[in-house]
Design a protein around this ligand. Structure first.
Ligand code: ADQ
Length: 742
């Protein structure tokens, strides 16, 4: 209210000043105009009469002068004639009574022999005088004076103000009214809604911000962030309190933070991976930040958010260079940085040879038993070595000045990095985590550079795999391929003075803390899938030949052929992200998947139903979440998979009394999620049967199985993975010369 009074006061005062200013200027210009007019008229009359009066005065004929004056005089315009001594000779009758005995202006005109003019008060009235000398013989014979009424020149300011009052009232009222409306629409109303919204947030009822315009948009988003942080802090405090009550030693984000703080003693954490946690890409004229479809990123991102530190990765987005500083670094997440991302740039040739070539056409198929033949090219290997050296250089640069730092190297893209770093900096404590399976020694032995790879990996102090089986395979491979002492009791490889420990550390996901806000409901999803649809299954994958997507589709086809009652009533939704599309094998697979969907849908579909809804593309976590949450079953049918995080993400998000997980027994996740319906993805019949089992599973059994799996994923979460990994690493006392001891 005070604001409105102030605003209106300001409007009225400023209107008054403006109107008064205009009135003043108007008075001045009106006066000037009238004066000029009087002057012009007096001059014309004076000069005109002068010629007529001059002969009469020379002759000394006052009667003739009188006649002339009578003819041209009027009540508002007097005329007088004076003799050479400035004595009045004749004046028009109205004027005669008012004339003073002498007029100084007449004497002045006679002396100066030129016309004089000015305003004087005569008989109490303003009068304009124009005195012009009349020529005699060689000297003035007298003077002619014109008297003009000048009373109208005196404009009364109060009259003018009175005339302008109406203007003032109209102007100030219109401006006030408009201002009141604008204030109401643009300030008071949004403010009221913001206040109501803030009240809701305070009451712990999250709601989307009510305004998005420029005036309050940024304030609202800052406010949302603040509310979210408070909400998270509150939720974390509640969880901690609950855990204390339950007496459990569950790993949480908060516990990991505490652990890192106490164990690492502020030594920063360094992570190296090929895939970056945030890719910046041009979308038209705008830059978009995308979280890539990657299990590694899904797992490590929450850890880095909790612990902070530096993450070095390949800058692969076409707008990545536009979003880093001079040191090629950027804060992540951009709106509230928790850690730093340093991007390393690769040339096209390096990316081709190292990433697409050796890593993904060589090591990836070598480590996965998926019957795609690995390709080993010497030039790819050379690029792989080069890029490993490049990353080593970037990392060592960052490690300068930090004593005994912790480095977590990720995956098969950097098998050579541990040794390169250890040789340069023996004090660095290095963990290498291998996210994909490790095959048996014989299978790995076909790699022409297996020695270099093993020696490179053994530069690490700790080598992690998802499951014990992969650890065993690794030790067996080392045992057969290189000269080293394999200590099976301590699960370590000793070479010279260096020991590398090998441990199973099953990776996981961050626990699902709360329902996603504003997510689409199951009813809406079913309606979108078709009018007769009662159930739906979901699949979420990178389009990769190890994920068993084609086998899954064949199982779905078989299911509908064998159990036609389910046609029209069930749909399978596949969210598939294109991956590694420069590689021919992946291009072929992409086409094969497209063809399979088309063929199966064509042979089974009806007017208003198709068995498979294929959503090819990258989807955000928010977009995927409703499918996880509401699906009746999720199919993870990898032919071979290190862990598979989709299985854990699904368990984490699914409705407890609804979801069923159909899981390939060849995934690492199958070791932990024993309550899933475990299948052999090569056995199409068995998978079709599992779909039926999932749909028809009694509610009690569903809840029991899903409940147990949720418990496992909740307990064995990503914070536990990171905690155990760091715990192992901090327990090692690394010898300055490179020897790790427990
Ligand atoms: P990936 O082979 O990438 O990981 P996975 O573990 O299943 O496989 O993780 C895939 C991730 O990508 C998940 O977070 C999933 O949500 C996401 N994703 C899948 N499809 C998507 C889509 N269409 N749009 C957007 N996101 C999508 C490797 C190993 C795995 C291991 C992980 C972690 O191959 O065995 O579990 O690393 O160690």
């Amino acid at each position: 209210m005070k604001l409105i009074i102030r605003l209106l006061g300001a409007i009225w005062v400023s209107s008054l000043i403006i109107i008064a200013g205009f009135a003043f200027v108007q008075i001045q210009s009106e006066r000037d105009r009238l004066l000029t007019d009087l002057e012009r008229r007096a001059w014309l009359l004076g000069e005109g009469l002068k010629e007529a009066v001059e002969p009469a005065i020379q002759r000394g004929s006052p009667h003739r002068i009188e006649r002339i004056l009578k003819k041209f005089g009027s009540p508002r315009r007097g005329i007088a004639v004076y003799d050479q001594f400035a004595n009045l000779v004749v004046a028009t009758p109205d004027l005669a009574s008012r004339l003073p005995a002498s007029l100084p202006m007449v004497s002045k005109a006679l002396t100066a022999e030129e016309a004089q003019k000015g305003i004087e008060t005569m008989g109490g009235e303003k009068t304009y005088l124009y005195a012009v000398p009349l020529q005699g013989e060689g000297r003035p014979a007298g003077a002619l004076v014109i008297f003009m009424d000048a009373s109208q020149i005196e404009i009364n300011p109060s009259d003018l103000l009175q005339r302008n009052t109406l203007r003032l009232l109209i102007l100030a009222s219109v401006v006030s009214l408009l201002t009141l409306l604008v204030v109401r629409w643009s300030i008071t109303h949004p403010m009221t809604r913001m206040t109501e919204w803030a009240r809701l947030l305070r009451a712990g009822k999250p709601a989307p911000p009510p305004v998005s315009d420029r005036l309050f948009g940024s304030l609202a988003s800052e406010f949302s962030e603040l509310a979210r942080s408070l909400d998270d802090a509150k939720a974390a405090a509640e969880r901690e309190a609950l855990l204390r009550l339950e007496g459990e030693a569950l790993w949480t984000e908060e516990r990991l933070k505490q652990f890192v703080r106490s164990q690492l003693n502020d030594t920063p954490l360094f992570v190296v991976s090929n895939r970056e946690p945030l890719i910046h890409q041009w979308r038209g004229k705008k830059i978009e930040a995308i979280a890539p479809a990657s299990g590694l990123v899904a797992a490590l991102e929450p850890v880095m958010r909790a612990c902070g530190g530096l993450w070095i990765a390949h800058g692969s987005g076409d707008a990545d260079r536009e979003t880093v500083n001079a040191q090629d670094k950027a804060g992540v997440p951009p709106e509230q940085p928790a850690y730093t991302l340093k991007r390393v740039w690769l040339t096209k040739e390096e990316e081709d040879g190292y990433y697409y070539g050796f890593a993904n056409e060589g090591l990836w198929p070598l480590c996965h038993i998926a019957h795609t033949r690995p390709v080993f090219r010497a030039q790819d290997w050379a690029a792989y070595c080069e890029v490993n050296r490049k990353f080593a250089g970037a990392l060592l640069e960052e490690l300068k000045g930090t004593e005994r730092p912790y480095v977590l190297i990720q995956d098969y893209h950097f098998a050579l990095l541990p040794r390169l770093v250890k040789e340069a900096r023996p004090d660095v404590r290095i963990a290498l985590f291998w996210h994909i399976p490790w095959p048996n020694a014989e299978a790995f032995g076909i790699c022409p550079w297996q020695h270099e790879i093993l020696l490179g990996m053994l530069g690490a102090d700790l080598i992690g795999f998802h499951i014990q089986f992969h650890c065993n395979n690794f030790l067996e491979t080392v045992d057969r391929a290189i000269e080293a002492r394999v200590d099976r009791e301590r699960f370590a490889v000793v070479r010279g003075r260096h020991t590398a420990y090998v441990k199973p550390l099953p990776i996981s996901v961050a626990p699902e803390e709360k329902e996603q806000e504003g997510g689409i409901s199951r009813e809406e999803l079913l309606r979108e899938l078709g009018p007769s649809v009662e159930w739906f299954g979901a699949g979420v994958d990178r389009i990769d030949y190890t994920k068993g997507i084609l086998e899954r589709f064949r199982a779905i086809e078989l299911f509908f052929r064998r159990y036609p009652d389910y046609r029209q009533r069930m749909v399978f939704v596949e969210l598939a992200a294109p991956s590694r599309s420069h590689i021919k094998r992946y291009q072929d697979l992409d086409e094969e998947v497209d063809r399979a969907v088309e063929e199966i849908n064509w042979s089974l579909e009806t007017n208003r139903w198709k068995p498979i809804v294929y959503l090819r593309g990258h989807h955000s976590h928010k977009e995927i979440w409703p499918y996880y949450r509401h699906a009746d079953f999720c199919m993870v049918t990898s032919l071979h998979d290190g862990m598979n995080l989709v299985a854990k993400e699904y368990v984490s998000a699914a409705e407890e009394e609804r979801g069923v997980l159909i899981l390939s027994r060849f995934t690492g996740a199958a070791r932990e999620l024993a309550d899933a319906l475990l299948v052999n993805p090569y056995h199409i019949d068995e998978m079709a049967q599992a779909i039926r089992l999932a749909i028809e599973m009694p509610p009690g059994e569903r809840t029991l199985r899903m409940g147990r799996m949720k418990q496992i994923v909740r307990e064995r979460n990503i914070f536990r993975w990171a905690g155990l990994l760091l715990e192992e690493l901090t327990r090692l006392s690394v010898h300055p010369a490179g020897v790790a001891e427990v």
